[in-house]
Design a protein around this ligand. Structure first.
Ligand SMILES: O=C(O)Cc1cc(O)ccc1O
Ligand SMILES: [Fe+2]
Length: 426
């Protein structure tokens, strides 16, 4: 099945899968067409300023309100278990890619939460999960705790949401808004990757300041699917993440039954190859904020609840410059993943599908081999090819889950061992 998409970020969209399903000139007519149920889905408070206000109106076969009570869901042992309560050592941590899960594991049960900060009930913070799965879902998931950004590393995903169907492959990403129900199908039979869960203010495109009106992630490259629905009167399990725990109930129909919708709260996909990477053409390695695709602001101006930052293929031309990321300590906390290729600050040990954490004030930067290579490299124009790393940078220090703490690489610190001491003039 091919899907049509509407280009643009945060636009007001109107789309109907059945002609005449969308009311004209009002949101909530006395009797919507065909006996559909009108429902508003809010992404921001009703009273949010207009330029930040996000909501959509959905026209569906049955109201979402019609459902039995939720009960605890006892599957998905690695998904949302809470983070470790023990005092967290200020160590740098890195993880190898997660192994493939046993046959018959769908996306829900294949999710492993690695890092989280803040309580989802604070409506702030971000969590980083990895997934490995080999079975298409025959049930539906919904996250009340935040919007989800899917970053596939292996295998395509078909994400069938209430508001439309999204197809992505590694190199593309997708976002599903908080509260939107969806099913993940696996066209390749297996899939692995990352999910960033944003509990805070909605991801938006960053301001561009002196960059001007164009650049980085351009709005038209975000694609929102047109309305799509299924009319399936079959028992359908719904699993919901709510305040950090998983809950379930079963409907007698598929809730992916939105025949038409309009509004500006919607899922989208984005091809990372469209990112307009900006970098120096003179000297020095700029701060990585230059690579921001999306930002979720906190209440403190300029201090992000979460930034989604990309490290794409690009030309390195800086003169008299140590070109890879410098040594640094950061008041922001850095979770990094690698979708493909190698990362220019880590010669080895950071594999596609792996993850690293450089928390609040952790000293980090190029490993010894990268430092040696870049310190001695001939500074001719050089293209970093075939790579795509990303960072979820947050003002809130991350806490790993107990699983993450017990599965970290044992000797990550050794990548920064044996740097030669500087020699001062005698
Ligand atoms: O630590 C990292 O590898 C991420 C990073 C990249 C960069 O180009 C500059 C700073 C930074 O934290
Ligand atoms: Fe860093």
């Amino acid at each position: 099945m091919t899907t049509s998409y509407i280009p643009g970020f945060g636009n007001h969209v109107a789309t109907e899968a059945v002609p005449g399903a969308l009311p004209i000139g009002r949101n909530s007519p006395q009797r919507p067409a065909y006996g559909l149920y009108a429902e508003q889905l809010s992404g921001t408070a009703f009273t949010a300023p207009r330029h930040e206000n996000r909501r959509s109106w959905l026209y569906r076969l049955r109201p979402t309100a019609e459902h039995p009570p939720y009960e605890p869901y006892d599957g998905a042992p690695g998904f949302a278990p809470g983070t470790s309560d023990s005092p967290l050592p200020p160590n740098r941590l890195r993880w190898d890619p997660a192994p493939m899960t046993p046959p018959g594991t769908d996306w829900i049960d294949g999710m492993t939460t690695m890092l989280a900060n803040r309580d989802p009930a604070d409506l702030e913070g971000v969590a980083v999960h990895v997934y490995a799965c080999n079975r298409s879902m025959d049930r539906v998931f919904v996250d009340a705790d935040g919007e989800l950004v899917f970053l596939p590393q292996l295998g395509r995903l078909a994400i069938l949401t209430e508001l439309g169907r999204i197809d992505i492959a590694p190199g593309q990403i997708a976002l599903v808004p908080r509260g939107v129900r969806f099913r993940v199908e696996l066209p390749d039979g297996e899939a692995a990757g990352y999910v960033a869960e944003n509990h805070g203010s909605l991801f938006r495109l960053p301001d561009l300041g002196p960059i001007g009106a164009n650049g980085l992630g351009n709005p038209r490259d975000f694609e929102t699917p047109v309305a799509w629905f299924e009319d399936r009167d079959e028992p359908t399990q719904v699993v919901q993440k709510f305040l950090g725990s998983l809950w379930t109930m079963t409907l007698d129909h598929s809730p992916l039954d939105v025949v038409a919708w309009h509004g500006n709260l919607a899922p989208w996909r984005y091809d990372l190859s469209h990112f307009n990477t900006i970098n120096t053409v003179s000297f020095d390695h700029p701060d990585p904020s230059i690579f921001t695709l999306l930002t979720s602001p906190s209440d403190v101006p300029g201090r992000a609840n979460a930034d989604l930052v990309l490290f794409p293929p690009r030309w390195m031309v800086a003169e008299d410059t140590f070109r890879p990321p410098w040594f640094h300590r950061n008041v922001m906390s850095e979770a990094m993943g690698l979708i493909t290729g190698a990362y220019d600050a880590k010669a080895e040990g950071f594999q596609p599908g792996g993850l690293s954490l450089h928390n609040l004030m952790a000293g980090h930067g190029p490993d010894l081999a990268s430092w040696q290579g870049a310190s001695n490299a001939e500074l001719k124009p050089h293209r970093i090819e075939g790579t795509m790393a990303f960072m979820v940078e947050s003002c809130w220090p991350y806490r790993p889950t107990t699983h993450a703490l017990s599965h970290a690489q044992l000797d990550y610190d050794a990548v920064w061992k044996d740097f030669p001491k500087a020699k001062l003039p005698l």
